[in-house]
Each structure stands twice: as C-alpha cells, then as structure tokens.
Write a protein of this length. Sequence first.
Length: 212
Amino acid sequence: MNPRSRKMRLLGLLPRRWVITTARRRERTLYLTFDDGPHPEHTPALLELLARHEARASFFTIGREAAAHPELVRRIVEEGHLLGNHSQTHPQFGRLTLAGQLDEVARADAVLAPFDGRDRHAFRPPRGEMGWRMLWHCIRRRVPVAYWSYDSLDYARGDAQALLETARRHPPQPGDVILMHDDGPLSLAYLQAMLPAWRAQGFRFEALPLHA
Ligand SMILES: [Zn+2]
C-alpha cells in the first residue's frame, strides 16, 4: 500500500486556496490531522503524546461527537490545535442532496463555533467524498476544503507494525498533510513510533495554516 494516492495528487493540482492537500512545502513541517473524533479514550491519549512532543495538529471532528464530548473539544483548542469540520453525523455524502450536505456542514459548524469562536471551519468531507457541486459551493463561499497528501492507512485493517513499515518505506516530505483517525488505537501506536523518528529527521509539527 502507498500513502500517496492518485486522487490526492490530482486534487493537489487545484489552487491551494480552494483545496488543501499540502502546505508550506519549503518548510520542514508535517501537518498531522485526525478525523472522526473526539473519542473519550483515544483523543486524550493522543493529546498527551502531542503535548510531550510539542506538536500541534488539526482535528476534523464529527459534530455529533464534539457535542457529546465538549471537554475534549475545549482541550483541543486550549492546547493549540486546530478544529476542523468533518460533518455532523459522517453520512455518505454521495447519497445526500446538495442541501442535505450543506446542512451537515452547517450543523457541525454551529457545534464547533462556541469552542473556537469561528463561524466556519475548514471542511474535510467524510471518506473524502465530494461531488463537484459541493466543491464549487465551498470555493464560492471560501470554505477551505482540507484533504491530505499522505495517508497513514490507519483505518485499513492491519496492525501497527504494517503501518510503520509503510511509513518507513515511503517517508513523508516537508509540507505533507498526514491523515489519521482518533476514534481507534492505531494512530497512537503509529505516532509513538513515528513522532520521535520524524523529529530526529528535523521535522516540526504544526496545525494547518488556514487562518493565518
Ligand atoms: Zn471520517
């Protein structure tokens, strides 16, 4: 398996103000991102690991989960990470009308707004599924669409060892946006091994530079 997909390479050809797949390629920075949380068990463990390494990241939360675990969302913001929108209930976007998709995004924005004071958040579509009409809507409304360039593959069935072998065989490049998930244990095992290794290679870890 390869962390870099053809789809992300193609999306990476679009202007970065429309669709983010990488950021600041010239700096030795990696952008860690987590989808599908917050999760009461896995998110705190990740936050502690990130704090120990002075790493900042971006959390694309599901609105429903954020509403269920407000203390975790507060912690994410207080500890310097970025909050992103990963829809309210994580449905299959391809099965929704455009109005239904926009409603999912608006409801999640409303859940997140009290935590970071922003009306709108960068949007990462569930499963990366996004039709052209929704993409065009986001472009027109200047909602950053946040994809990734480097997939940890932590949602694929398999063990941490297999993920680490892939990470070592295909090392990330400066500016890569790394896709992980905080609703399961694999991202913690992955980062416990890779954060020190990447740091030793001179990488820093920042939240996505969306509001700069
Ligand atoms: Zn997801």
